[in-house]
Design a protein around this ligand. Structure first.
Ligand code: HEC
Length: 145
Protein backbone atom coordinates (compact mmCIF):
# COMPACT_ATOMS: atom_id res chain seq x y z
CA UNK A 1 0.00 0.00 0.00
CA UNK A 2 2.67 2.48 1.02
CA UNK A 3 4.84 1.40 -1.88
CA UNK A 4 1.91 1.95 -4.21
CA UNK A 5 1.41 5.46 -2.85
CA UNK A 6 5.07 6.29 -3.38
CA UNK A 7 4.84 5.06 -6.93
CA UNK A 8 1.94 7.39 -7.60
CA UNK A 9 3.87 10.36 -6.22
CA UNK A 10 6.89 9.44 -8.33
CA UNK A 11 4.70 9.18 -11.41
CA UNK A 12 3.22 12.63 -10.77
CA UNK A 13 6.65 14.17 -10.31
CA UNK A 14 7.91 12.52 -13.46
CA UNK A 15 5.10 14.07 -15.49
CA UNK A 16 4.68 17.71 -14.48
CA UNK A 17 1.68 19.60 -15.70
CA UNK A 18 2.11 19.81 -19.48
CA UNK A 19 0.92 23.42 -19.55
CA UNK A 20 3.70 24.56 -17.27
CA UNK A 21 7.00 23.28 -18.51
CA UNK A 22 9.94 23.47 -16.18
CA UNK A 23 11.94 26.57 -17.03
CA UNK A 24 15.65 25.99 -17.36
CA UNK A 25 17.45 29.32 -17.61
CA UNK A 26 20.87 29.76 -19.13
CA UNK A 27 21.86 33.32 -18.25
CA UNK A 28 19.28 35.58 -19.90
CA UNK A 29 17.96 32.81 -22.15
CA UNK A 30 15.83 29.66 -22.11
CA UNK A 31 17.39 27.31 -24.68
CA UNK A 32 14.75 24.54 -24.73
CA UNK A 33 11.35 24.60 -26.39
CA UNK A 34 8.60 24.93 -23.78
CA UNK A 35 6.42 22.42 -25.60
CA UNK A 36 9.11 20.12 -26.94
CA UNK A 37 7.87 21.03 -30.42
CA UNK A 38 9.05 23.60 -32.96
CA UNK A 39 6.99 26.77 -33.35
CA UNK A 40 4.63 27.59 -36.20
CA UNK A 41 5.31 31.16 -37.41
CA UNK A 42 1.89 31.56 -39.06
CA UNK A 43 0.08 30.69 -35.87
CA UNK A 44 2.57 32.88 -33.98
CA UNK A 45 1.68 35.89 -36.10
CA UNK A 46 -2.00 35.41 -35.39
CA UNK A 47 -1.25 35.37 -31.65
CA UNK A 48 0.87 38.51 -31.92
CA UNK A 49 -1.84 40.51 -33.71
CA UNK A 50 -4.71 39.08 -31.68
CA UNK A 51 -6.39 41.45 -29.26
CA UNK A 52 -7.59 38.52 -27.18
CA UNK A 53 -4.46 36.46 -26.63
CA UNK A 54 -1.09 38.03 -27.41
CA UNK A 55 -2.02 41.68 -27.12
CA UNK A 56 1.46 42.56 -28.35
CA UNK A 57 0.02 45.29 -30.58
CA UNK A 58 -1.49 46.99 -27.58
CA UNK A 59 2.04 48.33 -27.08
CA UNK A 60 4.17 47.41 -30.10
CA UNK A 61 3.58 48.11 -33.74
CA UNK A 62 4.08 45.15 -36.01
CA UNK A 63 5.62 45.38 -39.46
CA UNK A 64 3.54 44.56 -42.52
CA UNK A 65 0.23 43.95 -40.85
CA UNK A 66 -2.99 45.66 -41.78
CA UNK A 67 -4.13 45.81 -38.17
CA UNK A 68 -5.34 49.27 -37.26
CA UNK A 69 -4.64 51.05 -33.99
CA UNK A 70 -1.29 49.51 -33.22
CA UNK A 71 0.39 50.54 -30.02
CA UNK A 72 3.19 53.03 -29.50
CA UNK A 73 4.02 52.33 -25.86
CA UNK A 74 6.90 50.11 -26.93
CA UNK A 75 9.33 50.00 -29.85
CA UNK A 76 8.27 48.58 -33.20
CA UNK A 77 8.37 44.82 -32.76
CA UNK A 78 11.11 44.44 -35.35
CA UNK A 79 13.32 46.78 -33.31
CA UNK A 80 12.47 44.95 -30.08
CA UNK A 81 13.45 41.65 -31.66
CA UNK A 82 16.76 43.24 -32.69
CA UNK A 83 19.32 40.51 -32.80
CA UNK A 84 17.92 38.43 -29.97
CA UNK A 85 18.05 34.72 -30.74
CA UNK A 86 15.28 32.18 -30.16
CA UNK A 87 16.42 31.32 -26.63
CA UNK A 88 16.55 34.99 -25.65
CA UNK A 89 13.18 35.77 -27.23
CA UNK A 90 11.60 32.82 -25.45
CA UNK A 91 12.99 34.15 -22.17
CA UNK A 92 11.66 37.68 -22.82
CA UNK A 93 8.19 36.31 -23.43
CA UNK A 94 8.27 34.06 -20.38
CA UNK A 95 9.34 36.85 -18.06
CA UNK A 96 10.28 40.22 -19.52
CA UNK A 97 10.84 41.64 -16.05
CA UNK A 98 13.85 39.42 -15.57
CA UNK A 99 15.93 41.52 -17.99
CA UNK A 100 13.97 44.78 -17.61
CA UNK A 101 12.85 44.91 -13.96
CA UNK A 102 10.44 47.83 -14.36
CA UNK A 103 8.99 46.83 -17.68
CA UNK A 104 5.30 47.23 -18.41
CA UNK A 105 5.47 44.21 -20.70
CA UNK A 106 3.47 41.27 -19.32
CA UNK A 107 5.13 38.02 -18.31
CA UNK A 108 3.44 35.56 -20.61
CA UNK A 109 4.56 32.36 -18.99
CA UNK A 110 4.87 32.91 -15.30
CA UNK A 111 2.60 31.95 -12.47
CA UNK A 112 4.65 33.07 -9.49
CA UNK A 113 5.35 36.54 -8.07
CA UNK A 114 2.48 38.08 -9.97
CA UNK A 115 0.36 40.83 -8.50
CA UNK A 116 -3.34 41.50 -8.82
CA UNK A 117 -4.16 38.23 -10.55
CA UNK A 118 -7.89 37.65 -11.04
CA UNK A 119 -8.89 34.43 -9.21
CA UNK A 120 -9.88 32.72 -12.45
CA UNK A 121 -6.35 33.28 -13.78
CA UNK A 122 -4.43 32.18 -10.70
CA UNK A 123 -2.01 29.39 -11.52
CA UNK A 124 -2.47 29.86 -15.27
CA UNK A 125 -0.04 31.31 -17.72
CA UNK A 126 -1.21 33.93 -20.23
CA UNK A 127 0.04 31.90 -23.17
CA UNK A 128 0.66 28.17 -23.38
CA UNK A 129 4.11 26.74 -23.99
CA UNK A 130 3.21 26.05 -27.61
CA UNK A 131 1.86 29.61 -28.03
CA UNK A 132 5.22 30.94 -26.86
CA UNK A 133 7.05 28.69 -29.32
CA UNK A 134 4.81 29.87 -32.17
CA UNK A 135 5.37 33.55 -31.28
CA UNK A 136 9.14 33.02 -31.11
CA UNK A 137 9.05 31.37 -34.55
CA UNK A 138 7.16 34.37 -35.96
CA UNK A 139 9.49 36.91 -34.31
CA UNK A 140 12.46 35.20 -35.96
CA UNK A 141 10.82 35.76 -39.37
CA UNK A 142 10.63 39.54 -38.87
CA UNK A 143 14.18 39.82 -37.64
CA UNK A 144 16.25 42.21 -39.70
CA UNK A 145 19.23 40.36 -41.17
C1 HEC B 1 1.89 46.43 -22.04
C2 HEC B 1 2.79 46.70 -23.13
C3 HEC B 1 3.47 45.55 -23.85
C4 HEC B 1 2.89 44.41 -24.36
C5 HEC B 1 1.43 43.97 -24.29
C6 HEC B 1 3.97 43.68 -25.00
N1 HEC B 1 5.15 44.35 -24.87
FE1 HEC B 1 6.95 43.75 -25.58
N2 HEC B 1 7.83 45.36 -24.72
C7 HEC B 1 7.16 46.42 -24.14
C8 HEC B 1 8.13 47.49 -23.82
C9 HEC B 1 7.79 48.82 -23.18
C10 HEC B 1 9.39 47.02 -24.25
C11 HEC B 1 10.72 47.80 -24.22
C12 HEC B 1 11.63 47.35 -23.15
C13 HEC B 1 11.04 47.57 -21.82
O1 HEC B 1 10.80 48.71 -21.40
O2 HEC B 1 10.75 46.55 -21.19
C14 HEC B 1 9.17 45.68 -24.80
C15 HEC B 1 10.18 44.88 -25.27
C16 HEC B 1 9.98 43.72 -26.00
C17 HEC B 1 11.04 42.90 -26.55
C18 HEC B 1 12.54 43.17 -26.42
C19 HEC B 1 12.98 42.70 -25.05
C20 HEC B 1 14.43 43.01 -24.78
O3 HEC B 1 14.94 42.51 -23.77
O4 HEC B 1 15.07 43.73 -25.55
C21 HEC B 1 10.43 41.91 -27.26
C22 HEC B 1 11.11 40.80 -28.05
C23 HEC B 1 9.01 42.06 -27.10
N3 HEC B 1 8.76 43.18 -26.33
C24 HEC B 1 8.05 41.25 -27.66
C25 HEC B 1 6.70 41.29 -27.34
C26 HEC B 1 5.71 40.33 -27.82
C27 HEC B 1 6.00 39.23 -28.82
C28 HEC B 1 4.53 40.64 -27.23
C29 HEC B 1 3.22 39.90 -27.32
C30 HEC B 1 3.25 38.47 -27.05
C31 HEC B 1 4.76 41.83 -26.41
N4 HEC B 1 6.07 42.18 -26.51
C32 HEC B 1 3.80 42.47 -25.66
C33 HEC B 1 5.81 46.48 -23.88
C34 HEC B 1 4.89 45.51 -24.19
Amino acid sequence: MRVGFKLVICALLAFPHPLYAQLIWDGDAIPNSLSGQPGDPTRGKSIVVSRQTGLCILCHSVPSTEERFQGNLAPDLRISVGNLNAAQLRARLVDASRSQPNTIMPSYYRIDHLHRVAPSFAGKTVLSGQDIEDVVAYLLTIKTP
